[in-house]
Design a protein. Structure first.
Length: 325
């Protein structure tokens, strides 16, 4: 089935004093938006556990970002295939046309996650997280450029506040500078690459809203698994050091951070504006911060606590904007 040319899933925004949409249309729009909000909150919460699962699944001294991401995407794809089969919707995979945004959305997401996991090993976790979350900011800018999505004042304030709060929560404002080394430089470069790929993936989700969410999720996992599978073949990561305990954590990582988190991210990306998706996705930073305190005994400074609170406040701002068609 050959990919076809995409058309943006939007309509021109016309300023009207009165919303003349039928009541059923407005009701459906409200339900989709609420579903999108619930999906990104659960997705970001599950994504926030990636650091915990990733650390526990990786043997000391190993770098397995591409291998873990391949398993994450493969298990997600198989899980979505089972769900489609149980709901008797496998025929949708043949009848729904593919397009380049669907293919690239899966590839970009997989490459983003693989480079992000590798960056967390090579550089400070806080730096890797901040660079990875350049993605939602870039996605909002890209959506304005390519899709004509409106960025309100609330949207702009939310993004600035969330990003500032994330810098505070990560300790990059008011903290000691990280030591410089070849590994640090490579980790920083991979973190930037991860953020660019993540922003491109989020933009791709704004196309083809006609495609059912479960079908879109399957193809995202499928093309993501294909992309990371090629990377694994080339890099051939060493898995010989993994213990049974590492494998148990890896399987949990595949299910929680793969099937659930990424599947719901695709749903949220189809139902929310880029600015809403960007603001709510920063919840992952707060979840990761709390897990670091509860599980690894990491300390939280006053500035970090202020930053986490700022992220939570910023998340709600886009949701208070007037709804746009």
């Amino acid at each position: 089935m050959a990919p076809s040319v995409d058309a943006p899933s939007r309509v021109p925004v016309v300023p009207l004093l009165i919303d003349n949409r039928p009541a059923d249309d407005q009701s459906a729009h409200t339900r989709r938006r609420r579903l999108g909000i619930a999906a990104i909150v659960v997705s970001a919460t599950a994504m926030g556990t990636a650091g915990l699962f990733g650390r526990m699944a990786t043997p000391p001294g190993a770098v397995l970002g591409e291998a873990l991401t391949f398993g994450r995407m493969l298990v997600g794809g198989l899980g979505m295939l089972v769900m489609l089969a149980l709901s008797r919707r496998l025929g949708k995979l043949r009848r729904v046309r593919l397009s380049w945004s669907v293919v690239l959305g899966g590839v970009f997401l997989a490459l983003s996650l693989a480079t992000y996991l590798s960056a967390t090993v090579l550089t400070d976790l806080s730096r890797a997280v901040v660079l990875h979350y350049l993605g939602p900011v870039l996605a909002t800018v890209f959506a304005r450029m390519f899709l004509g999505e409106t960025i309100t004042r609330r949207d702009a304030v939310s993004l600035v506040a969330a990003f500032t709060g994330m810098l505070l929560a990560a300790g990059l404002i008011g903290g000691a500078p990280a030591p410089s080394s070849d590994e640090q430089v490579l980790g920083t470069v991979l973190g930037v690459v991860s953020g660019v790929f993540y922003g491109a993936a989020l933009l791709c989700y704004r196309y083809r809203s006609d495609m059912p969410a479960d079908v879109r999720s399957f193809w995202t996992f499928a093309f993501g698994a294909a992309a990371t599978g090629l990377v694994v073949v080339v890099t051939r990561p060493d898995l010989s050091g993994m213990t049974p305990g590492n494998w148990v954590w890896a399987i949990g990582f595949f299910v929680v951070c793969g099937l659930f988190a990424l599947g719901l991210l695709v749903v949220a990306g189809s139902y929310l504006r880029a600015a809403e998706l960007a603001g709510l996705s920063y919840l992952e930073v707060v979840v990761a911060l709390l897990l670091g305190v509860a599980v690894f005994g990491e300390s939280v400074s006053l500035l970090a606590g202020v930053g986490a609170g700022l992220v939570i406040v910023a998340m709600a701002l886009p949701l208070t904007s007037p709804r746009r068609r």
